[in-house]
Design a protein around this ligand. Structure first.
Ligand SMILES: Nc1ncnc2c1ncn2[C@@H]1O[C@H](COP(=O)(O)OP(=O)(O)O)[C@@H](O)[C@H]1O
Ligand SMILES: [Mg+2]
Length: 257
């Protein structure tokens, strides 16, 4: 280029491969707790149900299913909330995409789902809204992060509706989650028992509704089914309370007040 020619550079638009990877790593690094996966997925499920209640103006009964498979090292969370519309499905994994800004809903940073999709090597959303069911799949996030593969693509396609009776729902699965790099430093959530996972959900995530502690009016019913699959064992599956588990709930009944 000649010395006298003006050049305009779109400095935010031009990025190199390494810069995408760095951004992805920064998002992963901004989460420090072993239960963050559960907390982000639970938060989105609770928010989606709250939003559907406010759109319908009814006390819709919430249904959340949380499945932890210790062999597949996967977490799946399904809710009967608003679902994700076609235009949004393309964008929900973009860092900082959020439909919740300025609302009273809990999640707000817009990186929760991006983090979830990066944390395992297989990620899938099946979601129904406005009578249409779609599936989004991402594979190879972890391979890409570890420089073993290309930047992953989103694949979006029509999917089979697994529940005619629900007008909308979202089912998010993240699988092939690697073991913690330093096992002695971090709890591996896949090594926990059903009771430990229940306690984690009820003390560290939105499943642990704290309103009762502050004498808030009881919200509409939310049923939470926890399913834990272990090697060579039948899946353990039970309803768990949608409420904060104070240390008191761990004492024998006669010692509670
Ligand atoms: N379970 C869900 N049901 C409906 N929409 C969802 C669900 N999970 C995520 N979304 C949509 O994806 C967006 C991005 O989610 P996330 O990255 O967790 O950010 P945030 O929760 O901070 O908005 C949300 O704002 C919401 O619009
Ligand atoms: Mg969120």
């Amino acid at each position: 280029m000649s010395d006298h020619k003006v050049e305009i550079v779109d400095w935010f638009a031009q990025r190199e491969e390494g810069s995408y990877r760095d951004e992805a790593r920064n998002i992963l690094d901004s989460y420090a707790h072993p239960w963050d996966i559960l907390a982000e997925l639970a938060q989105n499920a609770v928010d989606a149900i709250d939003q559907k209640r406010s759109e319908l103006g009814t006390q819709l009964e919430g249904a959340i299913e949380i499945e932890i498979d210790t062999v597949a090292r996967s977490v799946r969370v399904r809710d009967n909330g608003v679902g994700i519309g076609d235009g949004d499905l393309k964008r929900v994994l973009h860092p900082h995409f959020s439909r919740k800004r300025g609302r009273s809903l809990r999640g707000e940073k817009g990186v929760g789902l991006t983090y979830i999709a990066l944390t395992g090597n297989r990620f899938e959303i099946v979601t129904k809204t406005s009578g249409v069911t779609r599936q989004l799949t991402v594979t190879g996030s972890q391979d890409w992060m570890c420089e073993r593969g290309d930047r992953p693509q989103l694949r979006i396609e029509p999917a089979k509706d697994d529940s005619q009776k629900e007008s909308s729902y979202t089912n998010v699965t993240v699988a092939e989650i690697p073991k913690p790099a330093v096992e002695s430093d971090d709890i591996d959530i896949f090594s926990l028992s059903f009771q430990q996972l229940e306690y984690l959900l009820r003390t560290r995530t939105a499943i642990g509704w704290t309103g009762a502690l502050f004498r808030q009016p009881v919200p509409a019913q939310t049923n939470v089914q926890l399913i834990v699959r272990k090697k060579n064992a039948e899946a353990e599956s039970r309803l768990i309370d949608f409420s904060y588990a104070s240390p008191e709930t761990r004492l024998p009944k006669k010692m509670q007040w």
